[in-house]
Design a protein around this ligand. Structure first.
Ligand SMILES: [Zn+2]
Ligand SMILES: [Zn+2]
Length: 327
């Protein structure tokens, strides 16, 4: 039995409540039922290209667009949250943006962990290359790339896929991180990413894994049980500036972490990229470092979280790291 504790995120200043005893209350565990959509009805499988909108980007050999022979396909979302085809001129409130689905394997499979390490590398390289292309197009300064796995993670299709939403504005959480990083850097003469990785490495209690270029750890003020962040050891604002060797090392580490999460905690989680906007945030992006956050979804969020914007986490990041560190 350990006492509840308030913890403050060093970058955003947001508080969380760590309440370890809450995990022991009856009914706290969400039991995740598998998402079953059959391959016959799946529009994402290789050979079903005619059932999807035309691809906007793909990793494929010599084959023609929208035909078989691909490894990764980016498609316009058929049920978009935002749209880039609204009439111009549009009202300032029109939901202008880009919403794409990233199909991450040609065969019907629910996770990258069931695919080869090489396929995971291809997927992460495709994330980077799609972002590079969107940066060059220059239409939207900000891209949010995210993955929903399992019912609890909000997935509706079983076939392994992520989504990408590009917006003309910077979403609140990223804006808080950018502003917080700039403030931190001014106050401490060190950016918070270098500081975090250095202090986490020194204490070691929240470290999950380290490779020559990356650190994965459970953040001090974790919002979700077993939340993991992955950042490069040398901070840099934009993920799309990563080179092939970095992306390959990241993909190997990421696949390994997802494997640990799936076998120890279950198939429901989200992961997403935080990368600096390409324009509109001059000085603030300099103290920022791109990173991925993985949030396993073993508990629900409810009235407390929705009403306060503050999270209640039943697992300390120290014990979460211990669970995820064991190989
Ligand atoms: Zn499929
Ligand atoms: Zn972040």
């Amino acid at each position: 039995v350990s006492a509840p504790e308030y913890r403050c995120d060093p970058i955003t200043g947001r508080l969380v409540i760590l309440a370890p005893d809450r995990a022991r209350r009856p009914g706290a565990e969400i039991r995740e039922a598998p998402l079953h959509t059959s391959a016959e009805q799946c529009p994402f499988c290789e050979g079903k290209e005619s059932e999807t909108p035309p691809e906007s980007f793909a990793v494929r050999g010599d084959s023609a667009p929208d035909s078989p022979g691909w490894q990764v396909r980016f498609l316009p979302n058929m049920f978009p949250a935002v749209r880039d085809d609204l009439a111009i001129p549009h009202s300032p409130h029109a939901g202008v943006g880009l919403h794409e689905v990233v199909v991450e394997a040609p065969r019907h499979t629910s996770s990258l962990t069931g695919e080869s390490p090489e396929q995971a590398r291809i997927v992460f390289r495709a994330y980077r290359d799609r972002l590079r292309r969107l940066r060059r197009l220059g239409r939207f300064p900000c891209v949010h790339l995210f993955h929903n796995a399992g019912h609890g993670g909000g997935a509706s299709q079983e076939h392994v896929h992520s989504q990408l939403i590009a917006t003309p504005f910077v979403p609140d959480r990223l804006r808080e991180e950018l502003a917080g990083a700039a403030t931190f850097a001014k106050a401490h003469a060190c950016d918070p990413w270098t500081w975090q990785i250095r202090t986490e490495t020194e204490t070691g209690v929240r470290i999950v894994a380290q490779t020559p270029r990356f650190t994965a750890w459970c953040p001090y003020a974790s919002r979700f049980a077993h939340e993991v962040w992955i950042a490069p050891n040398r901070p840099t604002p934009h993920f799309d500036d990563a080179d092939d060797a970095e992306v390959a090392e990241l993909a190997d580490l990421f696949r390994d972490l997802l494997l640990r999460i799936e076998t120890r905690l279950g198939p429901a989680y989200n992961y997403y990229l935080h990368t600096a906007p390409w324009s509109g945030f001059g000085a603030e992006t300099r103290a920022f470092c791109w990173h991925w956050e993985i949030t396993p979804r073993t508990g629900g969020i409810a009235g407390w979280e929705v009403g306060t914007g503050m999270f209640l986490n039943p697992t300390s990041p120290e014990s979460a790291a211990e669970t995820l560190r064991r190989s």
